[in-house]
Design a protein around this ligand. Structure first.
Ligand code: GDP
Length: 178
């Protein structure tokens, strides 16, 4: 960890294949978008330093790409994670219907106070929408989690979503250390 950082936090990307997890992360970490779908084998992570008030936080975000086929690494993937970005593709209803299963997994393997942020990605593809924004919001309200629709392609709400997750984690972390 950089000497100037106050602490490191770990967060994980979860959700079905091809919902845009890798592209959301590369937007946030490197401001890049890739047109090719790249099913990753194993785990990757990216870093970004974020200042929250007087603290400099190093956010280490793990990408679950390809994870669906590698269930054996599940528990180490979630270990020590204080946040999760749960992503569905608003143009594919099946990815929205998988959310309950992903939440079960997060609650089984993750810390009890893990911050979960729900993301409906690909908001640029409005004409192909299969999940209404209200459905995403309604699901998030029922589960008590934060919700945003994003576009990794247009870079809409991506920064906002990650920063919201990091701010919420910081709030919990600083309350714990009081
Ligand atoms: P992952 O498997 O969840 O990591 O998904 P990827 O990031 O690899 O993206 C899967 C496919 O969706 C790729 O072809 C991306 O170019 C495309 N994609 C990702 N995000 C968006 C988005 O916001 N809008 C559009 N139109 N396509 C996207």
């Amino acid at each position: 960890m950089d000497d100037e950082c106050d602490y490191l936090l770990k967060a994980v990307m979860v959700g079905d294949s091809a919902v845009g997890k890798s592209n959301l992360l590369s937007r946030f970490a490197r401001d890049e978008f890739r047109l090719d779908s790249r099913p990753t084998i194993g785990v990757e992570f990216a870093y970004r330093n974020v200042r929250v008030r007087d603290k400099l936080i190093k956010a280490q975000i793990w990408d679950t790409a390809g994870q669906e086929r590698f269930r054996a690494i599940t528990s180490s993937y979630y270990r020590g994670a204080s946040g999760a970005m749960l992503v569905y593709d608003m143009t594919r209803r099946s990815t929205f219907e998988s959310l309950t299963r992903w939440l079960e997994e997060l609650r089984r393997f993750g810390d009890h106070d893990m911050v979960i942020v729900l993301i409906g990605n690909k908001s640029d593809l409005g004409e192909a929408r299969e999940v209404a924004e209200e459905e995403g919001r309604g699901f998030a309200e029922l589960e008590g989690i934060f919700f945003l629709e994003t576009s990794a392609l247009n870079n809409t709400n991506v920064e906002e979503a990650f920063l919201e997750m990091i701010h919420r984690i910081h709030k919990i972390t600083s309350q714990k250390s009081l």
